[in-house]
Design a protein around this ligand. Sequence first.
Ligand code: IDP
Ligand code: MG
Length: 157
Amino acid sequence: MAATGSAPAERTLVLVKPDGVQRGLVGEIVARLERRGLKLVALKLMQLPSERAARHYAEHQGKVFYEGLIRFITSGPIVAMVWQGREAVTVVRSLMGATDPLKAAPGTVRGDLALDLGMNVIHGSDSTARAGAEIALFFEDHEIHDYERTLDRWIRE
Ligand code: IDP
Ligand code: MG
């Protein structure tokens, strides 16, 4: 049995996109991540400037949906968060569901709360390397708060 906290905690960036904020789904999404056992270590409400949106979605530049994606993600406030925990990147991706909500499994955020590819409510980093870069794009080091939770010993062996 591993000792408590023996594995390094992984971090991932999560965004509640403008549709999720407008629809009042911030609490629902935060609650799902909390209940899974991940730890919230940073959070802010912000409207994304288009240069930062372009950097965030650089991998999609040139694709047919790119311009619409940038317009959408900058169209209103988003909630940016950093979540920490065991395999946080993979855990969040599986909890989000497939990119296209029509293909996302019931029980996932997109499978339960969304219908449209362009309005799929949530973003989560897709690899640990991307997570590091994305977290740096949204947060200064001093905005990320690592802290002990007494309940952590009931989440990880
Ligand atoms: P992900 O959000 O599941 O990581 P990505 O492939 O990285 O999916 O795409 C980023 C975002 O761009 C998606 O969440 C979705 O909102 C949007 N998007 C992706 N593919 C399409 C498409 O074919 N049409 C319209 N929007 C798309
Ligand atoms: Mg992606």
